[in-house]
Ligand binder design. Structure first.
Ligand SMILES: C[S@@+](CC[C@H](N)C(=O)[O-])C[C@H]1O[C@@H](n2cnc3c(N)ncnc32)[C@H](O)[C@@H]1O
Length: 262
C-alpha cells in the first residue's frame, strides 16, 4: 500500500489543472461513432465537461454519495472509489468522510488517474490516499473497506465478470459497510424504455450536444456500456448477500442504489 507521501502508483505531473474543464467535442466528427468508446487521453482531457453534460443531476448524485458515505465510513478502514475517473467523487467525499478513512481511487485508465492526481493535489487533500491502476474485470482490489463507490462504472464491466466483481466487493467490506452503486439502466417495458431514452437524449440536447454528437456517441458506446435492468441489479446485490438494498436516486434510466452488508 502506498500513501500520499510515497506516490509510487501514479506519477506526479507539474502542470496546473485549468479552473474550468475543456469542452467535450469528441463526437462532433461524423466518423467517431465507428470506433468503440475509450477512456483514453482524449476522453480524460474533456471528461469533467462530458460527464457534467451527459449525466442527469451529476452534482446532486455526487452530493448524495458523499452524504451517505459520511455516515458509513469508519476511521481505520478504507473507502474505495472504483472507476474514480478524475477524482470528482473523492473530492466531494473528502468533505464528508472522517480524515481517519484512507481513500483508494481505482481506474484502468492511467490518463484519468493522472487528472485525478492533479485535482487532489490542487485541492490540497491531506488524508492518506492512493490512486491505483487496476482492471475490475480481473483484479481484486477491495479490502478492509467500510464504503465502496461505483458511480457509473459497473456498466462498463463485462457482464460475465459482474457477479464476481460484486462478490469481491462484498467480501472486502466490513460488517455494516456499504456499496453505493449508480448505473444507467435499461427497462423491460419497451415503450417506457424508448420514452426514457428519448427524454435522456432531450436532456443532452438541452445541454448543448448536437444530433451528430448524440448519434456518434450512442454508436461508440454500443458494445462498451451494457446496462442491466433495475431488477437484475437488485437481484445481483441480494444474491451476493447484501441485506439492505434501496434505491436512493432515480431519473428515468439512471438509478443510484445503496446496498448494506448485513
Ligand atoms: C463513467 S466513468 C465513471 C465516472 C466517475 N465515477 C464519476 O463519478 O465521475 C467510468 C470509469 O470507469 C473506468 N473503467 C471502465 N472499465 C473499467 C475496468 N474494467 N476497470 C477499472 N476501471 C474501469 C473508466 O476508465 C472510467 O474512468
Amino acid at each position: 500500500m502506498t500513501d500520499k507521501k510515497s506516490p509510487t502508483v501514479v506519477r506526479a505531473i507539474d502542470s496546473a489543472e485549468p479552473s474550468s474543464p475543456a469542452r467535450d467535442a469528441i463526437f462532433e466528427d461524423t466518423a467517431s461513432g465507428s470506433k468503440d468508446f475509450k477512456f483514453d487521453a482524449k476522453t480524460a482531457s474533456v471528461f469533467d465537461d462530458m460527464v457534467g453534460r451527459s449525466v442527469p443531476f451529476y452534482d446532486e448524485i455526487q452530493r448524495m454519495i458523499a452524504e451517505q458515505a459520511g455516515d458509513f465510513a469508519v476511521p481505520g478502514t478504507q473507502l474505495f472509489d472504483l472507476g474514480c475517473s478524475t477524482a470528482t467523487t473523492l473530492l466531494a467525499l473528502d468533505g464528508t468522510v472522517d480524515p481517519g478513512v484512507r481513500f483508494v481511487g481505482v481506474d484502468n485508465s492511467r490518463e484519468m488517474l493522472d487528472k485525478a492526481q492533479l485535482k487532489l493535489e490542487a485541492a490540497g487533500v491531506s488524508r492518506a490516499y492512493e490512486l491505483q491502476v487496476a482492471d475490475l474485470n480481473t483484479d481484486r482490489v477491495v479490502d478492509n473497506a467500510s464504503v465502496v463507490v461505483m458511480n457509473l462504472t459497473l456498466q462498463f464491466v463485462r457482464p460475465l465478470h459482474r457477479e464476481r466483481v460484486i462478490r469481491w466487493i462484498y467480501e472486502g467490506l466490513t460488517d455494516q459497510g456499504c456499496l453505493l452503486l449508480v448505473e444507467k439502466q435499461t427497462l423491460s417495458a419497451s415503450l417506457l424504455n424508448r420514452l426514457f431514452i428519448r427524454y435522456y437524449y432531450d436532456m443532452k440536447r438541452r445541454n448543448g450536444y448536437s444530433e451528430v454528437e448524440i448519434a456518434q456517441k450512442r454508436e461508440a458506446l454500443e458494445n462498451v456500456l451494457i446496462p442491466y435492468r433495475p431488477e437484475e441489479n437488485r437481484l445481483l446485490l441480494q444474491s451476493i448477500g447484501f441485506g439492505h438494498v434501496e434505491e436512493f436516486f432515480r431519473w428515468y434510466n439512471f438509478a443510484g442504489i445503496i446496498a448494506v452488508k448485513n
